[in-house]
Design a protein around this ligand. Structure first.
Ligand code: CTP
Length: 449
């Protein structure tokens, strides 16, 4: 890997840090309307480098055919326990799997799994595997809240099954309520997090549980007059993905957002801001409480010094807009941080020397990690659903995360946060606050299927 900066060299993200690459994943698909979203999940897992075998229930095949999944996955889709090319497909798939992800997980699939019933190929794979299992339930609110389903979920959680969602929102038939399948990118990120945990130390997921994370997102807008603003191209997607993935990994998350996006579910607090001054006030008032502050927002560096209270008319001539600097929030946090608090900055750079400039900002602003992206590269940054970044730390280390969905990049950034917190805690001779104790024996962390 070519070092782009002057620091201690650049590592490609290894499988421990970018865990889906090369992993064998069984993608179980249950029979619900959300099965169409499993197609996108399949694509995300494949794009992240996983070998994906879709396993469809008979009901799933009524919503989306196996041909669609076979066309997108690295392995052909499987639907039959009997009569296929392999005499015992469930043990072959179950034993080879590094991870089983079931999305959508219907009440039937969850109920049979909870009670050890192997009625079809997916049920048999779930019982034949010792790999971790992630389920993303999706069903109508009444079904999700039924005591039978709730009891089954308690049973599965107790056995170590990782449950992602469901979320509240639009359901089949135009109903609204809890039971909607989580976003495929969030499920993919949870899958990556489970594998990361497994590969690093065999411990359980939830490595940010008890950790208070403050995330900023989006581009601030500075008024010129009552209708016009100075803005930037940031969409806020990367910041929102960081908040979603941190929450999925157990953190208490406060999101301060200038983005025009719906905030993800599962956050402790969402503060909507528009200007750099509002963002600064919101962050500085809450930062002392945070264990980790992730400044993913594109905060305006300058704002109009004298915003016009009404609307400027061109009839009175071309206005001259005088700009004044805004407060640098990250630099202010760097000056006033408390011991043990971790600060993560972002730098959207364009062209060569992006990493050098990111490293200079890391030092200037007193951050612990800086996430640099070269927004001149295709598919990187701002409006895109994907990103490619280099994560820099103060020891000169640089980790490259190749082009991936923003939720997966968020997972890699949070991996770096967790690793650094562990290192700092080891130096201080303690465990980082809120960190789940991980078991040393990989077999211990596995759920009993
Ligand atoms: N940042 C901030 N407050 C500002 C400007 C930036 O907290 N007023 C934070 C951003 O959220 C980001 C980091 O600082 O995490 C780097 O932002 P960037 O705009 O790349 O850096 P600048 O110092 O503004 O440098 P440049 O001259 O390249 O704009």
């Amino acid at each position: 890997m070519t070092p782009d900066g002057d620091g201690g060299g650049v590592d490609a993200v290894d499988p421990g840090r970018f865990p889906l690459r090369g992993a064998w994943v069984v993608l179980g698909v249950g029979g619900g309307i959300a099965a169409y979203k499993a197609v996108e999940l399949c694509r995300l897992l494949v794009d992240a480098g996983a070998h994906v075998t879709p396993v469809l229930t008979a009901a799933a095949s009524r919503f989306v055919g196996p041909t669609t999944f076979s066309a997108l996955a690295s392995e052909p889709a499987e639907t039959e326990l009997f009569g296929g090319a392999h005499p015992i497909p469930h043990t072959r798939l179950g034993q080879r799997a590094d991870l089983v992800v079931v999305a959508p997980a219907t009440a039937t699939v969850l109920g049979e799994y909870a009670h050890g019933i192997a009625r079809d190929l997916l049920g048999a794979v779930l019982l034949a595997t010792r790999a971790p299992v992630v389920v993303a339930p999706a069903m109508h609110t009444e079904m999700w809240q039924h005591p039978a389903v709730a009891d089954n979920m308690t049973l599965l959680r107790r056995r170590g099954v990782v449950v992602v969602g469901p979320e509240a929102g639009r359901l089949a038939g135009g109903d609204l309520g809890e039971g909607r399948l989580s976003d495929p990118a969030v499920i993919a990120a949870a899958a990556a997090a489970v594998l990361a945990r497994r590969q690093l130390d065999g411990g359980p997921p939830g490595d940010l549980s008890g950790t208070r994370v403050l995330v900023t997102a989006g581009g601030t807008r500075e008024p010129i007059d009552a209708v016009r603003v100075v803005a930037n191209r940031s969409s806020g997607r990367q910041g929102h993905a960081l908040a979603a993935v941190a929450a999925a990994r157990g953190a208490s998350v406060c999101l301060v957002t200038a983005a025009e996006l719906d905030p993800p579910d599962g956050l402790d607090e969402v503060v909507r801001v528009e200007t750099a001054a509002e963002l600064a006030a919101a962050v500085l008032a809450r930062a002392a409480e945070a264990d980790v502050v992730v400044m993913a927002a594109a905060v305006a560096d300058f704002r109009p010094a004298h915003p016009f209270p009404g609307k400027l008319s061109k009839r009175v001539g071309t206005p001259e807009v005088v700009l004044e600097p805004t407060e640098d929030v990250l630099a202010a946090l760097g000056r006033r941080r408390r011991p043990g608090q971790l600060l993560v900055g972002f730098a959207a750079e364009a062209g060569p020397s992006a990493v050098d400039r990111g490293r200079a900002k890391l030092e200037e602003k007193g951050a612990d990690l800086f996430v640099v992206n070269d927004v001149s590269r295709p598919g990187v940054g701002f409006v895109h659903e994907t990103n490619a970044v280099t994560i820099l730390d103060r020891s000169g280390r640089a980790v490259e995360v190749p082009l991936a969905p923003k939720a997966v990049v968020a997972g890699a950034v949070l991996d770096a946060v967790v690793a650094l917190r562990s290192e700092l805690a080891a130096v201080a001779g303690e465990r980082p606050s809120g960190q789940v104790v991980t078991c040393r024996d990989p077999a211990e962390g596995r759920q009993q299927a």
